[in-house]
Write a protein of this length. Structure first.
Length: 118
């Protein structure tokens, strides 16, 4: 059974950094992991993720150069390092997983709130 648990959210000032963690269980190496976010009144959007190989990384244009996705396989944890945060980064951040053969992310965490004040 796949389980994803996010942590690390909080209230920070613009220009500062925050690191989110996603503790995973039941996720084999054949799963693709990613981070999404949803701001109030907006649809959920892709933020960052790994490719099929597990080593390639992809980012939304809005976070490219500021956010970094990484993983620690020994700890079964995926991270999202967020630097130079902006008020428009305010959202609930979700960790998601899909089987490599799937095109849809089937597994989601409960989300962690990130609020960036100006």
């Amino acid at each position: 059974q796949v389980e994803l648990v996010e942590s690390g959210g909080g209230l920070v000032q613009a220009g500062t950094s925050l690191r989110l963690s996603c503790a995973t269980s039941g996720v084999s190496t054949y799963y693709v992991l990613a981070w999404f976010r949803q701001a109030p009144g907006k649809e959920r959007e892709f933020v960052a993720g790994f490719g099929q190989s597990g080593s390639d990384t992809y980012y939304a244009n809005s976070v490219k150069g500021r956010f970094t996705i990484s993983r620690d396989n020994a700890k079964n944890t995926v991270y999202l390092q967020m630097n130079s945060l902006k008020p428009e980064d305010t959202a609930v951040y979700y960790c998601a997983a899909r089987a490599a053969a799937s095109v849809k992310y089937d597994f989601w965490g409960q989300g962690t709130q990130v609020t960036v004040s100006s």
